[in-house]
Design a protein. Sequence first.
Length: 67
Amino acid sequence: SAIGEPSTGALLGEVGLVDVREGTARAICWLAPQHLDKDIASTVLDSVLRFGSGALDLHTIDRTLAD
């Protein structure tokens, strides 16, 4: 899913769950270079982890911040 800046709609990066199977997945996050110094990655990864644990009943989710 795209990560957008709320007031302008500018693309900040992408986040999502991949390799979803048998109660496990990998959460990935990519941020545009100019947004790496912000606290965006931890905020969006926390949201994806809550969704994966709650809605998808995943018990193991590895996290990756892509370059």
